[in-house]
Design a protein around this ligand. Structure first.
Ligand code: ZN
Length: 203
């Protein structure tokens, strides 16, 4: 169900995840915000994605190839995966295995494991991409900016001093210093070094 036109611009601010409708009158916040307008490609694709392919988290959960699905590690009830449309390099999603959209519908064991994964993701990202800070949060409901409201996920976004800039706003340029495949490899390796459970590829 769609509750209106998707936002045109997505902003990650220091205190949380925001989805705005424009870039005007935001100059005062440039020192605190990451602008990620390229994510409109993702948001605009969601309606057809949901209809055509189903839930991307469930697809990743059931996929055979961990790297192709961007799965980083798995627990008993939850999984950690890279966001295919990241705010920053190393932006991960922590998701319950079950296709559930509300915290209130999760059992206590799943809730506990999700928070353990938030803790572990910080340790992994500090090791793998030298993260020095994090934005952690979720968007519940489409009106709050959730791209996939039916399957809950917690965003863990690594941050570094001085990581905000005007590149995307002024030039429409997306700076991608490292590929998703490289990130998957380095973050998975860091997870293994920290002893986190990873499903070995079959075959
Ligand atoms: Zn799902």
């Amino acid at each position: 169900m769609h509750l209106g036109r998707p936002p045109r611009c997505v902003v990650l601010a220091g205190a949380g995840l925001y989805h705005g409708r424009g870039m005007a009158n935001e100059s005062a916040n440039h020192h605190r915000n990451i602008w990620a307008p390229w994510r409109t490609d993702y948001i605009d694709s969601l309606s057809s994605q949901e209809e055509d392919k189903g839930c991307f988290i469930c697809r990743a959960r059931d996929g055979e190839n961990e790297a192709a699905e961007l799965i980083l590690w798995r627990g008993t009830r939850c999984l950690v995966m890279l966001n295919r449309y990241p705010y920053t390099g190393g932006h991960v999603l922590i998701c319950p295995n079950e296709h559930i959209g509300e915290f209130g519908d999760l059992d206590n064991a799943t809730l506990t494991e999700m928070m353990q994964m938030v803790r572990d993701a910080q340790a992994v990202l500090r090791r793998a991409v030298k993260a020095q800070g994090f934005n952690i949060g979720c968007n519940i409901g489409r009106c709050a900016g959730a791209g996939l409201p039916e399957h809950l996920h917690i965003h863990v976004v690594p941050r570094w001093p001085g990581d905000t800039n005007f590149m995307d706003v002024i030039g429409g340029i997306r700076v991608v210093p490292i590929s998703l495949a490289e990130l998957h490899e380095s973050i998975s390796r860091a997870a293994e070094e920290l002893g986190l459970p990873c499903r070995q590829p079959e075959g």
